[in-house]
Design a protein around this ligand. Structure first.
Ligand code: NIG
Ligand code: FE
Length: 416
């Protein structure tokens, strides 16, 4: 007997959508008959029989760097010959090599180069994607990246949240002057990007190859003046105290966390800061230190899971494979992995009142799957059982037609 308790699964369910919102969701036999009265109940309503298939909220990839130019295949080869990710960064490769490629690219070229990555995520039922800047490292180039991210969202009909990651690495112009660069981020880059309405959140890379907690804190204080929500790359390669500092600033999320001290977990719990785990980077960098899962569970820190799609540490464009990695590498349960790409990912973006669950009032983003059990979403490696996707109350007909061929929702006859 399969245990479905962790999924809040409803058997023989019905979802009623009105305009762009879920009007009701629950067991079909208890569906109210007065929903949609404002429109004349069911008179202009189509009914779709999904044939008993699993319906989940649209998936949310809450941490990506998917807008970039070029590739770092050469570094992949160097690492296979023994160089570490940190060695390559210290030699001026790593993030800086992508910065050089991004600075040469136009917005259109960034859109064109990034589109296949976004399309691949979308094909697996992703309806919301967070995209960070961080490969421009000056005002014009960071703004260019954020514009490309927004343009991708418009072109692909997917909700894109843009995060300003100016404090990702030290650009060559500021070599050995990290505090001066932080001044520039605070006084020039962030205000300009914010003025253009391009910043949904601010992130920073707190790491021994990037910035100290004190430097990141200055960026957070500047963001707070604009009331911009915060996120932090923390404790990926070493324990720099970034997650605790982020929690003290009530950050939405602290991300990576392999080196987070379990004793610090209660501080995240108290702040409501989501732990975003990125098993793709753990896998690709062959990390061996596991994030403190038991402590995160014990103190009920919400755990999200994301692809971290980027050219250096996680060239991963599958959220289903990410869920599989969360289970196989981190020993998360399939139910935790699904919550990690839905309800908890929504929290990590500050959107928990809009998306991430199938409940009345939420935006009607949902996915219909060709699976018998919800655990299949995390179990399979490479299979895409996404049958159809609805975004904001509209069937994403192009994605269903383009990416799947065995099921399209068919209007049924009459109402239930
Ligand atoms: O999340 N950790 C910092 N940033 C990215 C990697 C970026 C890169 O190597 O290009 C990450 O792993
Ligand atoms: Fe990242």
């Amino acid at each position: 007997m399969t245990d479905h308790s962790g999924y809040a699964l409803v058997k023989d369910a019905m979802v009623i959508v009105e305009d762009d919102r879920i009007a009701w969701a629950g067991p079909r036999e208890t569906a109210p008959d007065n929903i949609g009265l404002s429109k004349g109940f069911y008179s202009d309503t189509e009914t779709f029989d999904c044939g008993g298939r699993l319906i989940t909220p649209g998936l949310i990839d809450c941490h990506t760097h998917l807008v970039y130019a070029g590739n770092r295949a050469g570094e992949f080869e160097q690492r296979l010959e023994g160089a570490s990710y940190a060695d390559i960064a210290k030699r001026g490769g790593g993030i800086m090599s992508t910065v050089s490629a991004v600075r040469k690219a136009s917005v259109d070229s960034l859109v064109e180069q990034s589109a296949p990555r976004l399309a691949r995520l979308i094909s697996e039922g992703v309806t919301t994607v967070e995209i960070k800047s961080g490969y421009g490292l000056d005002s014009d180039n960071e703004i260019k990246m954020l514009k490309a991210a927004r343009q991708l969202g418009d072109e692909y009909g997917v909700r894109v949240r843009t995060t300003f990651l100016g404090a990702h690495a030290l650009p060559p112009e500021y070599a050995n002057r990290p505090d001066d660069y932080i001044d520039h981020v605070i006084n020039e880059m962030l205000p300009r990007a914010h003025d253009l309405g391009l910043v949904d959140a601010v992130d920073a890379f707190c790491e021994n190859i990037a910035f100290t907690a004190a430097q990141v804190e200055r960026v957070f204080e500047a963001a707070a003046k604009f009331s911009i929500p915060l996120k932090c790359h923390a404790e990926q390669l070493s324990d720099m105290g970034g997650a605790v500092m982020a929690a003290r600033h009530r950050a939405l999320s602290a991300d990576h966390l392999e080196y987070l001290n379990p004793d610090d977990v209660p501080i995240l719990a108290k702040a409501g800061t989501v732990a975003v785990l990125l098993p793709g980077a753990f896998y690709f960098l062959r990390e061996t230190k596991l994030p403190p899962l038991d402590a995160l569970r014990k103190f009920e820190v919400p755990i999200a899971v994301a692809s971290d799609c980027n050219p250096g540490s996680s060239p991963l464009t599958s959220l289903l494979l990410t869920m599989n990695m969360a289970c196989t590498l981190f020993r998360m349960t399939p139910a935790e992995a699904l919550a990690g790409v839905t309800v908890n990912a929504a929290r990590a973006l500050g959107l928990a009142d809009q998306i991430g669950t199938l409940q009345a009032g939420r935006i009607a983003d949902l996915v219909i799957w060709n699976v018998d059990e919800p655990a299949e979403l995390s179990m399979n490696i490479g299979l895409n059982p996404c049958a159809a996707v609805m975004t904001g109350g509209h069937w994403r007909s192009s994605s269903a037609a383009r990416f799947t061929n065995d099921f399209l929702p068919v209007p049924g006859s009459g109402h239930p």
